[in-house]
Design a protein around this ligand. Structure first.
Ligand SMILES: *Cc1c(COP(=O)(O)O)cnc(C)c1O
Length: 392
């Protein structure tokens, strides 16, 4: 007979999912109610309001899509891009490549601006792409590239798009909740995120927001949105205000309890405090790693505090270390992707997982594991270096 599944208790310090707060897990276990129940609708309205505060927007079309971050990405492209539309896509890692794939599949013309993995999107290259192409409908870029640990300058990229009359489509899956995201301040037109990175929720929900300009672009389409499920006109019939809600799909009721609880927790902490916490723990981890002799892939000015890509010391077996961390410390860190496979580890400090305890655990586990393999690192100094940052 098959028995119940009881997962091991891990510490998740990879590229996501990240640790889920016990409070959020407890919220998920509350009784399921009907997705048109007035109490559920009241909760949905609170989720929408809290998402607006988190995105820093007044956009009416702000809601969680009932599917993971990739569906949020697809929702932006499928609604905004029509056959023949020119879209500048910035690719400096895995997720920019997926944006390109979305543009092409919906019949758009993709103008690709490529930057080396581990570097930020080049403002100069985007400028040149606008100069070389008239009538660009949208500029699409990833704010926080989880595949490399790079933060690009969303504010300046959005200014460039506006100066050229283009819409902006922004991937904030890993940035939201970990670093500042200012939808109205920066003039972002379509943005999507995910629950399992810095929002400390289980995977499976994608908060999105569309500006009035983006909604107008959807309404002015000459062809119908080629996805029924992700058509914002239809989804809004369910998520829209006014208390009149039409059945569109059955909302993932308990997953939305989780998102509600996570957003309440973020409100309690305060957004600025959350950003400061992410930054502080990043600096402590960095001090410990650098004391050990482990360096970072990304230049200091474009590093993400919530995703640390660090260089694997010479001669060290990447997979053996990650396996040892998992087996001996129940600690998960991420592998490098693509050209960075075997060259970097990706250490996440996202949401609830961004704690002093996790920083110290990771340093200790890495030091012991690497020392046991005779790796070229300095031992006995990391914890003190990190502690010095916490003491500040
Ligand atoms: C994780 C991630 C996604 C995809 O989200 P899923 O929930 O895995 O579909 C998209 N973009 C970025 C930057 C991510 O980190």
């Amino acid at each position: 007979m098959t028995t119940s599944f009881h997962p091991p208790v891990r510490t998740l310090m990879g590229p996501g999912p990240s640790d889920v707060s016990p409070r959020v897990l407890a919220a998920m276990a509350r009784p399921t109610i009907g997705h048109l129940d007035p109490e559920f609708i009241r909760m949905m309205d609170e989720v929408k309001e809290m998402l607006k505060n988190l995105f820093k927007t007044k956009n009416e079309l702000t809601m969680p899509i009932s599917a993971p971050g990739s569906a949020g990405m697809e929702a932006c492209f499928v609604n905004l891009i029509e056959p023949g539309d020119k879209v500048i896509v910035c690719q400096n890692g895995v997720f920019g490549g997926r944006m390109k794939e979305n543009v092409v599949r919906f019949g758009g013309e993709c103008i690709l601006v490529e930057d080396e993995w581990g570097t930020a999107v080049s403002i100069e290259k985007v400028k040149a792409a606008f100069a070389a192409n008239a009538d660009v409908k949208a500029l699409a870029f990833v704010h926080a590239e989880t595949s490399t640990g790079v933060c690009s300058d969303a504010k300046v990229l959005c200014e460039l798009a506006q100066a050229n009359g283009a819409l902006t489509i922004v991937d904030a899956v890993t940035s939201l909740g970990g670093v500042n995201v200012d939808v109205d301040g920066w003039g972002i037109d379509a943005i999507y995120s995910g629950t399992q990175k810095c929002l400390s929720c289980p995977p499976g929900i994608s908060p999105v927001s569309f500006s009035a300009k983006a909604v107008e672009a959807v309404q002015n389409r000459t062809t119908p949105v080629p996805s029924w499920f992700l058509d914002t006109n239809l989804v809004m019939g369910y998520w829209g205000g006014g208390g009149k809600r039409a059945y569109h799909h059955t909302a993932p009721v308990n997953s939305l309890y989780a998102l509600h609880e996570a957003l309440v927790m973020l409100e309690e902490e305060g957004l600025d405090n959350a950003y400061t916490r992410h930054q502080k723990h990043h600096l402590a981890l960095r001090a410990g790693l650098e004391a050990m002799g482990i360096g970072f892939l990304v230049d200091e000015d474009s590093r993400l505090p919530q995703l640390n890509s660090v260089l694997i010391p010479e001669g060290v077996d990447d997979a053996a270390v990650r396996t040892a961390l998992l087996q001996n410390y129940n600690l998960e860190i991420g592998a490098g992707l693509g050209a960075l496979a075997g060259k970097v580890w990706r250490i996440g400090l996202m949401g609830t997982a961004s704690t002093q305890r996790n920083v110290m655990l990771c340093l200790d586990a890495l030091e012991n594991t690497l020392a046991g393999m005779d790796a070229p690192i300095k031992v006995g100094v990391a914890a003190q270096a990190a502690a010095a940052v916490f003491a500040k």
